[in-house]
Design a protein around this ligand. Sequence first.
Ligand code: HEM
Length: 440
Amino acid sequence: YLRRRFTYWSRKGVPGPNFIEYEAFTGVHHEYTLEAVKKWGRVYGTYTGFQRSIAINEPDLLRDIMVKDFNIMPDHKHFHVGSSKIGQSLFFMPGDDDWKRVRSILTPVFTSGKLRAMLGHIGGIADKFVERKPVDMRNYVGAFTMDVICACGYGIQADTINNPDHPIVTNAKRVLGFNGGLSIVLSALTPGLARLLRLEPFDIKAVKYFDGLTKQILNERKVNNKSTANDKSKRRTDFIQLILDSEKSDKELGYHLGSEGEADNESTTGGQQLAKKSVGTLTQDETIAQGLIFFLAGYDTTSASITNALHFLSKHPDCQQRLYEELRTCDEFTYEKLSQLKYLNAVINETIRLAPSLTRIQRECLSDYKLGNTGITIPAGTSVEIYPYAIHRDPDFWPNPNDFIPDRFLEPTHHPYAYIPFGGGPRGDPSVQYDYVFML
Ligand code: HEM
């Protein structure tokens, strides 16, 4: 039985290992992906635990998988979330009608009008982090990121550096830490078995804290929203409030619209269009789950990217000088001005090319799928593994792939699916504009 299972791909003539690749889980993941693609090619068959997987790192095929044939692979790889409400968050939902509804409600949360309002929170927090003494950058940027997520997500001023024991900070860190160990490995590799064993990959007590916090905020807002109904300037602009307001347009809410109007937050995720207007509302549990995903999806990704940008700049004083000169031309960091700072944008883009936060993006194939003209048919139930780090360092797509060269993003010519720090297609990161406002 085992021989048959683990020789599936070789019997089909698809290159790849004939057993589980332990290095994929035990080694440094991004280095592993680079070596694996060098060894087996951009498309190869593999095994994730007992599950059949296929690694696909060919941009044309990725465009098909993520956009054109989205209906065949609308889900992220299935993961056992346990009894926690996190399962109702966008990232972990199967790509069905419920996911479409939730996504259509969350997408308008990131319009330029609302981001302009959120930039106020971020700028105020950033000012407090200006220091003229040596600091541990990873911790420092981590505290900044935590403060921004608490403010933009829940409207809470955490002040993490001076107040590391604030309950929202300690509980967020517990959720971010997962429960560690075997439970998380089994939940990812063998979700069926993890379900049977009733494993809990997330810290349930910490999740309960956010449950209570969100309910309390929702109750307060019901009262507050009535009293501020006639004074739009007093309305909160955090994630929870924006979800509550999701049925109203930016114009009704009094947000300043950019020249592009409201449909401005889908360009970087493959141009795919879901409903532009939100459809329906979120239940209380769904709102709690989206708040949690704000931490889970937003904390490590942004704080690591900002720290990496600072690291690359410290190694390249010439780039640092150029950036300094560009920033000196800017008297005020408004939403419009941030997008006009071409070199700053190029530095961020080059940072997340060299060091993408997610080194593995996954899809679950729901029915048999003919993979382009490769002659391979991917059977239903197979997981698809996509490795941004390996694609971003492929010399066929990126000359001098290991060098830090922000200039390559000033007039980019790359294949759109050779650059996928935020994934792509309808399942791509819905918050790309917010992520840039945060990092810039
Ligand atoms: C540098 C920062 C970030 C990076 C590089 C990043 C990257 C990604 C990637 C690669 C995916 C998977 C896309 C796919 O499967 O095609 C994703 C999904 C997602 N991200 Fe981010 N992310 C970042 C920040 C954030 C932040 C701050 C938030 C929250 C506001 C967020 C919310 C989400 C959500 C909700 C999804 C799931 C979307 C869905 O399944 O429909 N991300 N992100």
